[in-house]
Structures are given as structure tokens and as C-alpha cells.
Design a protein around this ligand. Structure first.
Ligand code: AMP
Length: 218
């Protein structure tokens, strides 16, 4: 199963990608996660990417395309993959199309997650994560039992450096300008499924499962 999750920041793509990857035994390829890992490890790529990420801007296409190419070739992706946060621009989508066509592994579906803008801002500002084990929490919707420490490993939770109000505004604007055109792009290719992602994590997963299950035998 080869799928793409499309949608604004904060619509829950990452959370659902984790669950779908586990359910269908496919790889989750999240460019945001890969970039944050590079930032944590202070690699050259990470240092370059951080300037863009902290401001809520997109990292240059060539950088993210390079990361995804490597991941698609790994054995972990042989059984399929869910791309979370990639592609985010038309040139990225075109390059992805070329890479998958060459490998004779075309996409099966692109799911567009839809959530009202007010909810997106609420989801993003309350988001917290554990810097040690990467478990995610939400101050309102999925709070940690102890308040500010990770339920799993006890580490103090942190807020992503791009989950500030200012960066969130920029990210939503960047989404509208550069990523939203992909909805039409994939609709024209007859690959798009719309998903109401405004419900609970379980409700959205159930709806998503319904969309994707027909492709699981492929
Ligand atoms: P995310 O975790 O998907 O919200 O991504 C966090 C940040 O990483 C974004 O705001 C961008 O700066 C960068 N990023 C992630 N994926 C991409 C991509 N496909 N193209 C460009 N920048 C990206």
C-alpha cells in the first residue's frame, strides 16, 4: 500500500500515519520527523533546515526530496509506505511521481485531511512532546497524567519550536499558497479521497481505515 497524507499542519496526519503504518505493516515516512532528527543530531542538513523550520517556512525542495528518495529505497518501505508531510509543493509531487514511476510503484491513494482552521490552531498550540521517547501529548485533548512530564519515561515535555503563534500563522499561510494546490493536482489524477478529520483520534482512524482497507490487499 503506497499512500500520501495531505492536509494543513495540525490536522493529525502524523498521529494517524503512526496508526496506519502499524495496522498495515508499512513504513511511515515523515519529512518533518526526518528533519527534526537531523536538527537534533546537528548534522549539516539539520543546521540548514532549522532556520526554515523555526520560521514556519518550507525547507528547500532538493533537501526533502533527497531525504525521501533514501527512505523509499530502504527495505522497510518494500511492503509499502505512508508519506506524512510530503509532498508539500507541486515540484515535490512531480519528482515523487517520477521516482515512483521509474520504480514501477505508483501511488494508490492520497488522503486529504480536513479540519476547520480554528481547530487546527487549537491542536497546534496545545501540542507537547517528549524530547526523549517522542511520545506526543496535548494539553487539552491528551494531557499527560502528571501535567508536564512524559507518562512513558518521565522526561519533561517540550513544545515544538515551530508551534508558537507566529510560526503557526506562517505555516498555515505557506500551506495555503504552496501545498493546497496539491489537492487539485491529485484530484485530476483521480487519486484523491477527502477525509473529515475533525473528530477524535479513534473516529478519524475508523474513517481512514474505511478509505484505505480496499488497498490493503494490493
Ligand atoms: P511537519 O512536522 O510536517 O509539520 O514539518 C515541520 C517543518 O519541517 C515544516 O514547517 C517545514 O519547515 C519542514 N518540512 C517538513 N516537510 C517538508 C516538505 N515536504 N517540504 C519542505 N519543508 C518541509
Amino acid at each position: 500500500m503506497r499512500i500520501v497524507f495531505l492536509g494543513a499542519p495540525g490536522v493529525g496526519k502524523g498521529t494517524q500515519a503512526d496508526r496506519i503504518a502499524a495496522q498495515f505493516k508499512i513504513a511511515k515516512i515523515s519529512t518533518g520527523d526526518l528533519l527534526r532528527e537531523a536538527v537534533r543530531n546537528q548534522t549539516e542538513l539539520g543546521r540548514e533546515a532549522k532556520q526554515y523550520m523555526d520560521q514556519g517556512q518550507l525547507v528547500p525542495d532538493a533537501v526533502v526530496i533527497g531525504l525521501v528518495r533514501v527512505k523509499l529505497q530502504e527495505p522497510a518501505s518494500a511492503n509499502g509506505f505512508v508519506l506524512d508531510g510530503f509532498p508539500r509543493t507541486v515540484p515535490q509531487a512531480e519528482e515523487l511521481g517520477r521516482v515512483l514511476q521509474t520504480a514501477q510503484r505508483p501511488l494508490h491513494r492520497v488522503v486529504n485531511f480536513q479540519v476547520p482552521r480554528e481547530d487546527v490552531v487549537r491542536r497546534l498550540t496545545g501540542r507537547r512532546s517528549c524530547p526523549k521517547c517522542q511520545t506526543t501529548f496535548h494539553t487539552e485533548f491528551a494531557p499527560s497524567k502528571t501535567g508536564n512530564a512524559c507518562d512513558r519515561c518521565g522526561e519533561t515535555l517540550v513544545q515544538r519550536s515551530d508551534d508558537t503563534r507566529e510560526a503557526i500563522e506562517t505555516r498555515l499561510q505557506v500551506y495555503e499558497e504552496q501545498t493546497a494546490p496539491l489537492i487539485q493536482y491529485y484530484a485530476r489524477k483521480r487519486l484523491l479521497s477527502e477525509l473529515d478529520a475533525s473528530g477524535s483520534v479513534d473516529a478519524v482512524f475508523e474513517a481512514l481505515f474505511g478509505v484505505l482497507a480496499p488497498f490493503s490487499a494490493i
